[in-house]
Ligand binder design. Structure first.
Ligand SMILES: *[C@@H]1O[C@H](CO)[C@@H](O)[C@H](O)[C@H]1NC(C)=O
Ligand SMILES: *[C@@H]1O[C@H](CO)[C@@H](O)[C@H](O)[C@H]1NC(C)=O
Ligand SMILES: *[C@@H]1O[C@H](CO)[C@@H](O)[C@H](O)[C@H]1NC(C)=O
Ligand SMILES: *[C@@H]1O[C@H](CO)[C@@H](O)[C@H](O)[C@H]1NC(C)=O
Ligand SMILES: *[C@@H]1O[C@H](CO)[C@@H](O)[C@H](O)[C@H]1NC(C)=O
Ligand SMILES: [Zn+2]
Length: 953
């Protein structure tokens, strides 16, 4: 479509932008894919021909940070020996593994759940060496006849050197073998080990998950390897580039299922009296260790086939019997087909298993052919699940399936390029989910879901560039730390939106993919700024942190850019950048309703028009500011398009002092007339900050009154269209906005709303078998009723939580239980979070954060966390997402000097124990608190006056 045309709907623009983007994505990916397939085929598994350099990127889950165990036998002085470094030397290359594992699903005489294993790895020597380093963490080895921890043999004709010394190096997680002679270049060797490990409940490596079924405790043995826990299951070269082929055998009780990423090749029941049977699996494709999975359970499954791919959904027997796997089964086939078309490549494996686990740290993990999920991310029940639960299931499935190609087939070389892998999957998950649920307009939600989220973090001076240097990311906890919002969402926002759209497209692996992109640009004739290439443009976005604010001055015609920092005072602490925090910005705007052609910022000037609005739908990764006169024009006739973005930009520009806080607040005045979800959600997200800063101060009353006044018509609107709350609104986002209406109306004290929610809840309390509350509304209704109620409401909620048969329902209650206003109940609930029989370990940190979000629970949670820090850290400290979320969540309200002092004290007091994957979160919290203190001092008075003045008396 040509130069400028009139667009009246937000959605229209999104369609155009993404429609164009997809073409380039396909081209670039197809090229990478075909090259990688060609390389894989060229390598024969045993005689290890060429060295495959995995071009790209990958994954998306998270793990437990390995803890440092007590040292074992450090032989030599603590020097800079190879085994003191975290990275493997480049001397050996694995070819294949033969691994047999036997998890015991009952405790042994010592009261431990364990697994035993026998494994050999065949590897090739590519550089002469007399040292073998292979990863191993928390495994105990059986010694061989020569008293060493492993047996080494040669597969070729050269004699094998004998082992001089063997020991474990716990800090760097290696099994070390020093040899009496050198291994010969080009020769293959075999290393045999026999070992035992604990099948702990720590959610990492080979671990156990426990659930109750008909009063009986059932144990599932399962895995989570990414990023660095395969070494906790068996000795292996545990780096993503060390791809190999795996032959896996599981020993398990005859009554259970064994699942591995490949299909079974045979099942032999040893004999009737034996307590286990071995199941062997087809050899895997050449793959990275972090993508392995093996599971023993007595689950059931449902299945289907799609284009010869076997699709199975596994879950607890009851969940399968209740049909909770059906939705996932229904959607998997179509999404797989979509990606096959999108990537122009068939699904690389014969089967796709997906399994729901009661205990799982991340949301899901893209193990190749055996994807693991939290129950809430896979199981759906129309009577229990809300539309947002359903959306999450569809998008997570799409995300993980996207990785089957991008990430698993083509893998990042090292974790510093994680962003590419995750960004890619996070982008295409929307396309896949859109295919599964075309009526949802799911692509619109990308702006709220990701762009706004990452803008918030990336505007801090303590942010980090997308791409780190390979040598900066070494230790396991540093790797875990990378799995944060920036990796997940910034790519989605910056690369795909800004660049890819601009050029007409797509992605990159850092250097390899840039080339493909350049080709795409050349062939489509996209014009780049003079003297620039794809490399030079993209480097500015991935090698420096943050993003710019573009200021458009319609009075002078000037346009300029500046590094956007939420707190301008932190400018001094921003690390230097090779690009001086200047970006090459694609820009497109709408002038008085006419959409202009995309160009580059440096080529542009503006002239005074009635109004100008840039960065429609945040298709570029930057914020936009205007001169006051243009702001006024926009406010007076808030254009239908981009209302959500305008609100979000205004609030953030105010935070960074580009504009007055009251100007930002003025963008919310029209909400009384607004019925759409996106602008409401955007405004509520931003007002959340005002609540956090002021809900313990005298501003609170006026703010509540203002918001109550604004939400009234929305509440009435939904009351009408749902015929007094009996129908469900049609649109997907209308259903979301109905929840907003009730949540805000009730929490700002609208009596009619509170009566409604309390009534529903007490009706349920009278007959717990009949829950009258629609699944969409449950979270907010439970919360509102429990907040208004006392011990009886809370205890009823707790009982229902324990009795819930679907995790999705349990999660709603777990959230709502944190809403009570009774400090003693909140304290009791906090204690429960560290008792795994009450709250699962996977949920502990998020429950503490829920409690901290409650104004009454805030200080209780903070005291609790400080008090138990070293316990929480050792027991729960792993989850890369959850741990930084805990620190950020508990401290997000901090806005006083006293709290800042406490926070710094907390940092100092625990420097010994450390913060693991939450290290960055601690410094971000300090930075945020400092900024909050200043903000409150500067804005409190004017904000209160504004709210006061805006409510009709
Ligand atoms: C793996 O090792 C077992 C014995 O430990 C052997 O029976 C099996 O044939 C081996 N598999 C392969 C593919 O080498
Ligand atoms: C490994 O050895 C250590 C030290 O002897 C012991 O405490 C631990 O329980 C052992 N682990 C297993 C799973 O046997
Ligand atoms: C059956 O298995 C048990 C335990 O593994 C073994 O002791 C026994 O000899 C086996 N019996 C036969 C007939 O193979
Ligand atoms: C599903 O599994 C059952 C039992 O193994 C099998 O009989 C059936 O053919 C499978 N269905 C499909 C569609 O693969
Ligand atoms: C799955 O698909 C079947 C057949 O189209 C349909 O009857 C069923 O309602 C679907 N289930 C869910 C939960 O979507
Ligand atoms: Zn992912």
């Amino acid at each position: 479509m040509g130069g400028g045309f009139y667009i009246s709907k937000f959605v229209g623009v999104v369609g155009i932008v993404f429609g164009a983007g997809a073409v380039a994505t396909v081209i670039a990916l197809a090229v990478v894919y075909s090259q990688e397939v060609a390389k894989n085929e060229a390598v024969s598994p045993t005689n290890g021909g060429s060295t495959v350099k995995p071009p790209v990127t990958t994954p998306g889950g998270s793990t437990v940070v390995p803890q440092v165990t007590t040292p074992v036998i450090p032989t030599t002085a603590p020097s800079n020996e190879a085994w003191d470094k975290y990275r493997l030397p480049d001397t050996l290359k694995p070819e294949h593994y033969n691994l047999t594992l036997w998890p015991r699903l009952t405790v042994n005489a010592q009261g431990l759940y364990i697994f035993t294993g026998k494994s050999y790895v065949v590897f090739q020597c590519v550089k002469e060496t007399d040292l073998i380093l292979i990863h191993s963490n928390k495994l105990n080895y059986t010694k061989w006849g020569d008293d060493h921890l492993a047996k080494l043999s040669a597969l070729g004709s050269t004699p094998v050197p004998t082992i001089k010394k063997s020991w474990l190096q716990p800090t760097t997680q290696f099994l070390v073998l020093e040899l009496n002679g050198k291994l010969a270049v080009g020769e293959s060797y075999q290393l045999d080990t026999v070992f035992v490990g604990e099948l702990a409940d720590d959610l990492g490596g080979f671990y156990r998950s426990v659930y109750l079924e008909e009063g009986e405790e059932k144990v599932v043995a399962t895995t989570q390897m990414q990023p660095t826990d395969a070494r906790k299951a068996f000795p292996c070269f545990d780096e993503p580039a060390m791809k190999a082929i795996f032959h896996i055998t599981l020993l398990h009780p005859p009554t259970t299922n064994a699942l591995v990423i490949m299909q079974k090749c045979c099942i032999m029941i040893l004999n009737k009296t034996s307590s286990y049977c071995p199941t062997s699996f087809d050899e895997t494709k050449k793959m990275s260790t972090y993508l392995l999975a093996f599971i023993v359970s007595d689950y059931d499954y449902i299945n289907s086939t799609s284009d010869n791919v076997l699709i199975r959904i596994y879950a607890r027997k009851k969940a399968i019997a209740d049909g909770q796997g059906e939705y996932a089964l229904n959607k998997t086939g179509p999404i797989l087909k979509f990606f096959e078309k999108y990537y122009n490549a068939t699904y690389p494996l014969p089967k796709s298993d997906q399994i729901a686990l009661p205990d799982f740290n991340a949301g899901a993990m893209e193990n190749w052919g055996l994807i693991t999920y939290r129950e809430t991310a896979l199981l759906y029940d129309p009577n229990m699940s809300s539309n947002s639960n359903k959306e999450r299931i569809a998008t997570i499935i799409a995300h993980e399936l996207a990785h089957m190609w991008f990430g698993n087939l083509v893998t990042l070389r090292w974790w510093n390029d994680l962003w590419l892998n995750e960004g890619f999957a996070s982008y295409v998950e929307y396309l896949g989910a859109n295919e599964a649920e075309p009526d949802w307009n799911i692509k619109d939600l990308i702006v709220l879901g990701d762009v706004h989220r990452v803008f918030a973090v990336d505007a801090l001076a303590s942010s980090h560039p997308l791409s780190s240097k390979e040598e900066d990311i070494q230790k396991p906890e540093q790797i875990s730390e990378l799995f944060d919002a920036i990796s997940y969402s910034k790519v989605r926002s910056s690369i795909f939106s800004t660049y890819l759209n601009t050029f007409a497209y797509d992605n990159t692996v850092y250097t390899d993919l840039w080339d493909h992109l350049q080709m795409a640009v050349n062939s489509t004739g996209t014009s780049l700024p003079t003297g620039q290439t794809v490399h030079s443009i993209m480097n500015r976005w991935v090698l420096q942190m943050g993003f710019p604010v573009v200021t458009i001055n319609t009075a002078t015609g000037m346009i300029n850019q500046q590094h956007f920092l939420l707190d301008p005072a932190t400018a001094g602490s921003v690390p230097p950048s090779d690009f001086s925090y200047v970006w090459i910005v694609p820009i497109r705007w709408m002038k008085t309703g006419l959409l202009q052609k995309q160009t580059w910022l440096e080529d542009k000037t503006v002239t005074g028009e009635s109004w100008i609005l840039a960065n429609l739908n945040v298709s570029g990764y930057y914020r936009v500011n205007y001169d006051n006169a243009n702001w006024e024009r926009l406010l007076n006739s808030i254009p239908v398009i981009n209302r959500a973005q305008l609100v979000d930009d205004a609030f953030n520009l105010a935070r960074a002092k580009y504009i007055n806080t009251t100007l930002a607040l003025r963008t919310t005045k029209y909400l009384r007339r607004e019925r759409e979800y996106m602008p409401w959600e955007s405004a509520l997200d931003n007002l959340d900050f005002f609540y956090l800063m002021f809900d313990r101060s005298e501003v609170y009353g006026d703010m509540q009154a203002y918001l109550k006044y604004q939400v009234e018509p929305l509440f009435k609107h939904f009351e009408n269209i749902t015929r007094n709350w009996t129908d469900v609104p049609n649109g997907h986002t209308d259903q979301y906005n109905q929840v907003n209406a009730i949540r805000v109306a009730c929490s700002t004290g609208m009596e009619e709303c509170q009566t409604l929610t309390k009534g529903w809840y007490s009706q349920w309390m009278k007959d717990s078998a009949k829950n009258p509350i629609h699944p969409n509304l449950r979270t907010t209704v439970y919360c509102s009723a429990i907040a208004a109620g006392g011990a009886a409401e809370w205890e009823f909620g707790w009982t229902q939580f324990k009795a819930a048969t679907i995790a999705i329902e349990a999660d709603k209650l777990r959230f709502a239980l944190a809403c009570t206003k009774q400090p003693w109940l909140l304290n009791k609930y906090l204690e429960y979070t560290l008792d795994a029989t009450k709250i699962r370990k996977q949920d502990a940190t998020s429950t503490i954060v829920y409690i901290a979000s409650n104004v009454v629970g805030q200080s209780l949670a903070w005291d609790f966390m400080r008090d138990r820090w070293s316990y929480i850290f050792t027991q729960y400290g792993g989850g890369s997402f959850s741990f930084s979320n805990l620190i950020n969540g508990v401290t997000k309200r901090f806005s006083t000097e006293f709290e800042l002092k406490q926070l710094k004290q907390f940092q100092a007091d625990n420097s010994e124990v450390g913060f693991g994957s939450g290290t960055l979160a601690v410094s971000q919290s300090i930075e945020r608190t400092t900024a909050n203190i200043k903000w409150v001092a500067e804005n409190k008075k004017s904000v209160q006056e504004w709210f006061y003045a805006e409510v009709p008396k």
